[in-house]
Design a protein around this ligand. Structure first.
Ligand code: SN0
Length: 317
């Protein structure tokens, strides 16, 4: 695998999942695979789990890591092509990215949706600039529209904790005070559609995700019905896709609470974190034995390491 920016970059999903299972069993089995190579982690947006878990995964493989927070540490970047750069941007993303590629063997990049212009966000200009100009393999650490490392960790989590062959997995929208991207939800649907699960999406009307991700996945507008018999409740807020970037509802009835969880088949609770407690999920649920948020975050090391292993093997000695 050269780049990892979505499910579509994975040449053999079964093999990636087997690699992840191997990594989970024995994370220190390949301490020399990345020896002499450098992974750059470039952040255009805040991170806790992605930064730490990817660094830990790199360490397990003998990689050296360089981290840069572009927003606070680098020159202010210009993204538009053909601009006369006589304003406040000091360096063009083309030049910055090409230079980063001189210093690193693999580049991880986190970008974020602006949530103003749907076409621009869904064209992934920053991620594409890295692919076009870095000259090295690119690892998405969450882009404007996807978060594939999270989805792989979610898959490993569901595989680990499922108690039936084909669990019912419910992706539920939840309220949030800020407008957030669709990235985590998009990716979760993209990956879960490939898994042996019955996936249901539930959200208030107006929060429909892009049909390019949903396809024929069932959508249920009544959360109480959606929760019925669920084995996993995966909560995430996202802002509207059609009414792009808008907050259409703050309806507290969508909070994941003990009352709704009681209608499930003793479902596990999942969330990618960070989570707004008692807005997205009640303390009683996230602090219950059914909550998987901490092992789910732990699996971020597994997913990052499985992906880095496949990228390093592709890169060769
Ligand atoms: C991000 C998101 O994509 O929704 C990161 C998820 C891994 N979440 C947030 O930005 C939450 C910020 C907040 O204010 O709660």
């Amino acid at each position: 695998m050269r780049h990892f920016t979505s499910l579509y970059d994975v040449p053999d999903l079964g093999r990636l999942l087997r690699t992840a299972a191997d990594v989970k069993r024995n994370p220190l089995a390949r301490p020399d695979l990345g020896r002499g190579k450098v992974l750059g982690l470039i952040f255009f947006h805040s991170s806790l789990r992605t930064r730490l878990s990817t660094q830990r995964a790199a360490m397990n493989l003998g990689l050296e890591v360089i981290v840069m927070n572009v927003g606070s540490d680098a020159w202010k970047l210009e993204f538009a092509d053909g601009t006369v750069m006589d304003g406040d941007t000091a360096e063009h993303v083309r030049d910055a990215v090409a230079v980063m590629g001189q210093y690193c063997d693999i580049l991880g990049v986190r970008t974020f949706a602006g949530l103003q212009d749907k076409e621009a966000d869904y064209a992934e200009p920053v991620l594409q600039a890295f692919i076009d100009h870095a000259g090295v393999p690119i690892l998405s650490l969450e882009s404007a529209t996807r978060h594939p490392l999270q989805s792989l960790a979610d898959w490993v989590t569901i595989e680990t904790y499922k108690q039936v062959e084909r669990p019912k997995v419910v992706l539920t929208w939840a309220p949030h005070p800020r407008a957030l991207p669709q990235a985590v939800a998009n990716s979760f649907v993209e990956w879960m559609r490939q898994a042996e699960v019955d996936l249901v999406i539930t959200h208030p009307e107006g929060y429909e995700l892009s049909p390019r991700f949903v396809h024929d996945t069932p959508v249920e507008y009544d959360p109480v019905k959606a929760y019925e018999g669920a084995d996993f409740i995966y909560a995430k807020n996202w802002s509207a896709y059609y009414d792009y970037g808008q907050i259409l509802s703050q309806d507290r009835r969508w909070l994941v609470d003990a009352e709704k969880m009681a209608r499930t088949s003793e479902a596990h609770f999942m969330h990618c974190l960070p989570v707004r407690r008692n807005v997205v999920v009640a303390d009683a649920v996230i602090d219950s034995p059914q909550s998987l948020v901490i092992p789910q975050a732990g699996h971020r090391v597994v997913s990052a390491q499985a992906v880095l292993q496949e990228m390093l093997v592709h890169l060769g000695g």
